[in-house]
Design a binder for this molecule. Structure first.
Ligand code: ZN
Length: 281
């Protein structure tokens, strides 16, 4: 409902129409997709940070067994080590998107680096890459959003995170997903962890158990499709809000090769980001 006020000339006018139009324009131009408006029984599973020589083939078997297709947001550095696996994923009918070259938090790196991280990943994913970008850690800033758009990518977030980057209780995650997924949902899983708080979390066994059980329980109710297919079923839902990068969290992460990237400082809080956040962009 629109708030009505009385203007100086005495005529009522709609307060908030302009801000609402501006919010719509901002969301549709730089907002990240969290799902699709549809009543069709379709859901997209997405898998970040891969491919992984050990875990990804196990996931491909699970998806195949249930006749499900997924979307893999790959890290360029990992894809460069597994070109045959990248080809195999594409050939099995899954979609492949860009998750940068080596998984930096986009607001915390320079514009020049953003403009090289994304094409470097695209280069190793070619010719299988779709122009979809998942921001590492889900971190975004207005500058990062504009750079992604300028490179010709759609930003894709999620509405259902499995939170499988940490120690999870698979039963609780499954129960949450079973009750929360709805037509048009995008679910976030990982088939590899680029960086982790504890090496134990890198094991994908628990997360894949959830994928398997989710597909077994919902394969009759939903069709599990790629994100490009999902987008054919309706208008994208947008309105993903990025959490501010947490330096203490990022700076304690490890990778399989040792210490993950260290960030010296977060950019000062900006008025523009605060306005965008209030707009739900
Ligand atoms: Zn990631």
């Amino acid at each position: 409902m629109l708030a009505m006020t009385v203007s100086r000339k005495g005529k009522p006018h709609r307060r908030g129409l302009l801000p609402r139009l501006l919010r719509l324009a901002m969301r549709s131009s730089v907002g990240a997709i969290t799902g699709v408006e549809t009543t069709d029984p379709v859901v997209a599973l997405s898998f970040d940070d891969g491919p992984d020589a050990v875990f990804t083939p196990r996931l491909l078997d699970i998806l195949e067994r249930h006749g499900a297709r997924g979307t893999f947001f790959m890290v360029g550095e990992a894809a460069a080590r597994q070109p045959e696996l990248v080809r195999q994923i594409a050939q099995a009918g899954h979609a492949i998107g860009n998750h940068t070259w080596d998984h930096p938090s986009l607001p915390l790196i320079s514009r020049d680096e953003r403009l090289s991280q994304i094409p470097a990943c695209a280069h190793v994913l070619a010719p299988h890459e779709q122009r979809l970008l998942r921001p590492p850690y889900g971190h975004l800033s207005l500058a990062a959003r504009l750079d992604v758009r300028r490179l010709g990518y759609q930003l894709v977030a999620w509405d259902q995170p499995a939170q499988d980057w940490r120690d999870i209780d698979p039963t609780a995650v499954l129960a949450r997903l079973l009750s929360n997924i709805r037509p048009g949902s995008i679910v976030l899983f990982h088939d590899r962890l680029h960086a982790f708080e504890d090496p134990r979390f890198a094991d994908r066994g628990a997360a894949f158990g959830v994928v398997d059980a989710l597909l077994a329980r919902r394969a009759g109710a939903f069709q599990f499709v790629t994100i490009p297919d999902l987008l054919r079923h309706g208008r994208p839902r947008r309105g993903y809000q990025s959490a501010p990068p947490d330096l203490a969290f990022l700076n304690q992460l490890m990778t399989a090769d040792g210490q993950a990237r260290r960030y010296p400082a977060a950019p000062p809080p900006s008025r523009v980001e605060a306005i965008l956040s209030r707009m739900g962009v």
